[in-house]
Design a protein around this ligand. Structure first.
Ligand code: NAD
Length: 275
């Protein structure tokens, strides 16, 4: 019996990078998954991988910042897969700039994706979770559910050049702690994983093209200088950037039954970059 056998999970931003690795990890441990991403092609590939592991996958493609998406995601989990046990707010991107060059549009975009979308998804999940818990209680069952919000080292310590991103990722920690207090009575463990440097599209070297993300009609460039990546290898005690699988492993730990008494916590997953 696998640890997450027949749990129902929902992962946003599951088309690539960390979100895809999380979806595949949860599925490999037995979960069925509702998958969201802005980009339909990549998220279908994740769905194929989940099905290849013998688990069910439901795709709800679209921009999580659109007001109707959160309800649709939760409804897909409950009506198509029969419940909601694990919810991972992962979708994100960075639109960087020092404060004097950061526009209102840019700052709002960071709050929309990293704060407003998780808030709406969790709000949409509140009623269905309450109903599921009530029905379980009537049958004498007590089931732990898991929310894992994805923050960043920038949300814990700030990062020069990322005023919008860091502010938003800090707000997500506040949301995590608040929901841990509100939902303890429903046995929902609400935790946060803050990543350091993980090798994905977001952290590609500019010299190799960097990453690109479409925001409305705009294409936002993401990435870091190669010199920064090289310096990190000597600064990170474990001697390397993390992989998406490293990142997914940390999220998985919070989803385990062994973590049923851990809530409201933020774990930094950075290879020891900040200790
Ligand atoms: N890579 C890192 O070093 C790092 C560090 C700290 C935190 N994070 C966080 O990890 C999460 C995943 O990032 P990643 O590194 O895997 O990046 P990534 O670009 O590889 O993947 C992010 C995914 O989210 C999707 N996405 C973006 N905006 C969306 C939207 N509005 N609606 C739906 N999907 C959307 C993208 O299409 C993409 O597939 C993000 O929240 C990011 O802020 C990453």
């Amino acid at each position: 019996m696998r640890k997450l056998e027949d749990k129902i999970a929902l992962v946003t931003g599951a088309g690539r990078g960390i979100g895809r690795a999380i979806a595949e990890k949860l599925a490999s441990e037995g979960a069925h998954v509702v998958l969201n991403d802005l980009d339909g092609g990549p998220v279908q590939e994740t769905a194929d991988a989940v099905r290849g592991l013998g688990r069910k996958a439901v795709v709800v493609a679209g921009d999580v910042t659109r007001p109707e998406l959160p309800e649709a995601l939760v409804a897909a989990a409950v009506s198509e897969l029969g419940g909601l046990d694990i919810l991972v707010n992962n979708a994100g991107y960075s639109w960087d700039g020092v404060i004097q060059k950061t526009t209102d549009e840019q700052f709002d975009a960071m709050l929309d994706i990293h704060v407003r979308a998780p808030f709406r998804i969790l709000r949409a999940a509140a009623g269905p979770i309450r109903d599921l818990v009530k029905r379980e209680a009537e049958r004498g069952l007590e089931v732990h559910r898991k929310v894992v919000n994805i923050s960043s080292i920038g949300g814990l310590y700030g990062n020069a050049g990322q005023v919008g991103y860091s502010s938003a990722k800090t707000a997500l920690i506040g949301m995590t702690k608040t929901l841990a207090k509100e939902w303890g009575r429903y046995r929902v463990n609400v935790n946060c994983v803050a990543f350091g440097l993980i090798e994905t599209r977001m952290t590609q070297a500019f010299e190799h093209g960097g990453g690109k993300h479409k925001v409305g009609d705009r294409e936002v460039a993401m990435g870091v200088p190669q010199s920064f990546l090289d310096a990190m290898k000597t600064t990170i005690p474990l001697g390397r950037a993390g992989t998406p699988d490293d990142a997914a492993g940390a999220v998985y730990l919070f989803c385990l039954p062994e973590a049923d008494y851990i809530t409201g916590e933020v774990v930094l997953v950075s290879g020891g970059l900040v200790i």
